[in-house]
Design a protein around this ligand. Sequence first.
Ligand code: ZN
Length: 229
Amino acid sequence: MPGLNIPQAAARPASAPAPEAASPVLVGHPGLVVCDECDAVHKRIRLSRGVVARCRRCGALLGRGHVVTPTGQLAFALAALVFLLIGNFAPLVTLDLQGIHKTVTMPHAIWLTAQAGEPITAVLACVTAIVFPAMLVLLRLYVLGSLIRGRVPPGFRFAMRALRFATYWSMVEVFLLSALVSIVRSAGIADLVPGMGLFAYAALTLLLTSTTAAGLHSIWKLGSRLGAG
Ligand SMILES: [Zn+2]
């Protein structure tokens, strides 16, 4: 690639985790990494655990040294799918108020929010706590399931871009925090008992945080090695 200045990525120990940025490798050049923010081209370097690589031009995150292999990420995604299903079908909370005993699941809670005159809140809760987390999990299963078997899945690049988008908008941790705050604030007014669904969402939050921290870089790299175009 004549005429291009290709610096090595600046690596330093991770002090504060930054949001993961997918850094696509150049097609046909798996040894190079493109900065997602400014398009600067960097030479790929091996990162040890706990080390992050940043763009020399703009400082954006290029990659992070991780011990979670693509196979490990696939296992995390499978576990996340199980907890996502439990979180949506098992009771989220059980309400006891003046003799009324009511069990609420996640979709039911969103429906009740919309019925209570808060349709925007209901839609936001639906997309950030169900739709985008589901997209994130299913796309990871789709991409990793094929790559680990040595095949590049159809629509690999589109799936990776969709995966990056879903990663930005998946906010199960915000939902979990809001639910816990609601339970604490309702103390003394109603007897609100966390259900299996809420615990499943807690586990889902941990798993999605782990998979997001592992980033998309290793998936891009694996796809490039297998000839993704
Ligand atoms: Zn940059």
